[in-house]
Design a protein around this ligand. Structure first.
Ligand SMILES: Cc1cc2nc3c(=O)[nH]c(=O)nc-3n(C[C@H](O)[C@H](O)[C@H](O)COP(=O)(O)OP(=O)(O)OC[C@H]3O[C@@H](n4cnc5c(N)ncnc54)[C@H](O)[C@@H]3O)c2cc1C
Length: 397
């Protein structure tokens, strides 16, 4: 939508093809329907949230159409925004706030004269390097144009229209692509914790290890929430891509550190507590860190009775310390691509000119948004990447 709007403002006759009957289906469900549309702060700080090689690629477009530009544009279209404490920017809370963002872009396109063709699925590209001649539509007809911008998104949440097939068309044209893999997805766990559905582990660190007690592959400080089949929540989403890659290598184990401290530190804390507070129930001590429902079930599973800190056997003390510093979540299951808030992979960045979003060596083919191999963290970064790269693509045709 941003690319179409910019291209039309340049005086081009623009048609936007959308497979769905409605525009912006994914945008409407983003941020739980509230649409975390960008992040507050400097462009430099925003870029720092991406891996270095992605940030290098995004730098020119993030400067051309900044987070402040997005916010100002939406304000002009009547969508007020606010910044949450964690820097995430949202439209003002009211029912349908994400839809208001979509409507703002629809209005901008309308004013710029973009012809929107909903319910039109493209099925392929026709042409010979260095020029694409036409887009083949699902009904077999051809749509010729001087230039083509592909803004077809990733391959997750296929029910929103994004099936990832466009990467296959580009491969056929010799454009390098990377396989789609899940990012920002919930992580299924091999061991069932269905009884803990809805329980949250807060303010700790989710760690990904090669194996139980093994080398650390990754970590993310934030909450997790148990689902019926595994874990969700910000830390789970952030580590899901790494967890899936590690699982494929057969080297993945998850643990949650409630206290962000080492075993030795926690052990000495507990010993100190044993001397200063000997009559405290061991279960109550555990519940300072571990949610009650979980502490209770651990207590029951281990057959531990009413134990005071002063009477704690050494073996139980190290168990308690282990639960707090490396709570075993165990082996991750297959992280589903379709449940990722974004899909990693897509068009290789090296094939795209970051100043224009033109696909090399094609003269009239551009890509933007999640179709690119760009996947930022949770926090409005992915939508900003889509807005900024879309803006540059639209300006460049
Ligand atoms: C549940 C969820 C929540 C999210 N929340 C946030 C958030 O709060 N903040 C954030 O920054 N990011 C969020 N994201 C990620 C963000 O929504 C995407 O990264 C972003 O929408 C990508 O924009 P895009 O324009 O590249 O692709 P999309 O928004 O996916 O749009 C691509 C469009 O292309 C259409 N299309 C695909 N193939 C064809 C074809 N062959 N022919 C015609 N049309 C086609 C699709 O129907 C789709 O409408 C969320 C994602 C999900 C799934």
């Amino acid at each position: 939508m941003v690319a179409a709007w910019r291209a039309a403002l340049k005086g081009h006759r623009v048609a936007l093809l959308e497979a769905n009957q409605k525009l912006g289906v994914k945008l409407r469900i983003s941020g739980g329907g509230k649409c975390n549309l960008t992040h507050d702060g400097t462009v430099k700080a925003m870029l720092a949230a991406f891996p270095n090689d992605q940030a290098r690629f995004l730098r020119p477009s993030f400067h051309r159409f900044t987070n402040a530009d997005v916010i100002e544009l939406l304000h002009r279209e009547g969508v007020d925004t606010y910044v949450r404490e964690n820097g995430r920017v949202f439209p003002l809370d009211r029912p349908g706030s994400a839809a208001a963002v979509v409507e703002a872009f629809v209005a901008l396109m309308q004013k710029a004269g973009v012809e929107v063709r909903p319910g039109t699925r493209a099925a392929g590209l026709e042409g010979r390097a260095p020029r694409v001649a036409a887009l083949r539509l699902q009904d077999g007809s051809l749509l010729q144009a001087d230039a083509f911008i592909l803004a077809t998104g990733g391959a997750s949440y296929p029910e929103t229209g994004t099936r990832g097939e466009v990467a296959g068309w580009l491969e056929k044209l010799g454009v390098p692509t990377l396989p789609w893999t899940p990012a920002l997805a919930p992580i299924p766990l091999k061991a069932s914790h269905a009884a803990w559905e809805g329980v949250a582990f807060r303010k700790g660190v989710l760690r990904l290890l090669e194996r139980e007690g093994g080398r650390r592959i990754g970590a993310f400080s934030d909450d997790i929430v148990f689902t019926r089949s595994g874990i969700s929540g910000p830390a789970a989403l952030e580590l899901s891509g790494l967890a899936e890659a590690a699982r494929r290598k057969g080297q993945a184990w998850l643990a949650y550190d409630f206290a962000d401290s080492t075993e030795t530190e926690m052990d000495s804390d507990l010993r100190h507590e044993q001397t200063t507070n000997p009559h405290l129930s061991a279960r109550n001590w555990l519940q300072r860190w571990v949610p009650e429902r979980v502490a209770e079930s651990l207590w029951r599973a281990e057959g531990l009775g009413d134990l005071r800190l002063k009477d704690l056997p050494k073996g139980i003390r190290s168990k308690l310390v282990g639960w707090v510093t490396a709570f075993p979540l165990g082996l991750p299951g297959v992280v589903p691509l379709e449940r990722g808030e974004v899909a990693a992979g897509g068009v290789e960045r090296s094939a795209v000119d970051p100043q224009t979003m033109r696909v090399k060596p094609w003269e009239n083919l551009y890509v933007c948004g999640e179709l690119l191999d760009v996947d930022g963290p949770v926090g409005g970064y992915n939508l900003q990447a889509a807005f900024s790269t879309g803006f540059v693509a639209g300006e460049s045709v």
